[in-house]
Design a protein around this ligand. Structure first.
Ligand SMILES: Cc1cc2nc3c(=O)[nH]c(=O)nc-3n(C[C@H](O)[C@H](O)[C@H](O)COP(=O)(O)O)c2cc1C
Length: 251
């Protein structure tokens, strides 16, 4: 079989995962199709695969696992399709995220033939992961892409050993209070439409604390009316996880 196309399905509330996934995909030197699964509408789109497709499945690590949003990678159907997992994370650790992703993609017909854990900017810190993926990461990604192409073209679908425990109980960060500046809010409803978890009520501009995944898209990508004080988390993360971690690959 020859690889003909790279299909990328990604979840990326603040854009770091999207950038890393696009960088990796383009290094294969094949046509690339990007499928954004960040918003509920995007996750309803059905992705079907054809012979010659290689899929990259990319999402940020949340609390050592994968984001808890309905239908994250469900409407994607593989048929023994080779896939590459990309867990992006903010320089703390990826823990069980790749193992959980591998298990999830197996249930929808994909064969994991490679995986990568790549550092991207941490949404709770301007320091952790700043500028990542950088040139050095890109060069490792290019080598990885060539090895994946070789595997596919040689019909080698052996699954590498992926670290982590797929059955570890899912953890979730406690809700971080968000504040709406009602002077700045024009009631345009963009924050509600753009919430990956469907947690913001467009009429009342209130947040459903159970649905909210603390992705901070409303704060970082919105109109500036929402804010959140996460300084205590930033200080703790920066005190313990400032040493830059290397990009890791599993082949
Ligand atoms: C709720 C939440 C939990 C996170 N947990 C982790 C973690 O366990 N390890 C880590 O290194 N980064 C963690 N991060 C950082 C993300 O993996 C990532 O850097 C950030 O959310 C940006 O991804 P995006 O730009 O694609 O949305 C977390 C981020 C959020 C919002």
């Amino acid at each position: 079989m020859r690889a003909k196309r790279i299909q990328v399905a990604y979840f990326s509330p603040t854009g770091g995962t999207e950038r890393a996934a696009r960088m990796l995909a383009e290094l294969f030197g094949l046509p690339v199709e990007m499928h954004d699964r960040t918003l509920p509408e995007g996750r309803k789109q059905v992705i079907t695969c054809e012979p010659g497709d290689v899929c990259i499945i990319a999402c940020p690590v949340y609390a050592g696992g994968i984001p808890d949003v309905p239908g994250l990678f469900e409407n994607i159907q593989g048929d023994g399709t080779p896939c590459v997992l990309l867990a992006t994370y903010g320089n703390r650790h990826y823990d069980n995220a790749l193992a959980k992703l591998k298990e999830r993609m197996g249930t929808v017909g994909f064969l994991t033939i490679g995986a990568m854990a790549a550092v991207i900017p941490h949404v709770f810190s301007d320091q952790l992961g700043a500028g990542r993926p950088n040139d050095e990461d890109r060069s490792h990604m290019a080598d990885f892409a060539m090895e994946i192409l070789q595997k596919v073209n040689n019909w080698d679908v052996e699954c590498p050993v992926i670290p982590g425990d797929a059955s570890a109980p899912a953890k979730r960060m406690a809700y971080l209070p968000k504040t709406l500046d009602r002077e700045r809010c024009t009631g345009c409803g963009t924050c509600a439409r753009e919430c990956p978890a469907g947690a913001i009520d467009a009429k009342t501009q209130t947040i459903d604390e159970v649905k909210c995944i603390n992705c901070l898209r409303c704060v970082k990508k919105g109109c500036g009316a929402w804010s959140c004080d996460y300084s205590a988390i930033t200080a703790r993360l920066e005190a313990h996880y400032s040493a830059p971690r290397l990009l890791e690959v599993f082949l």
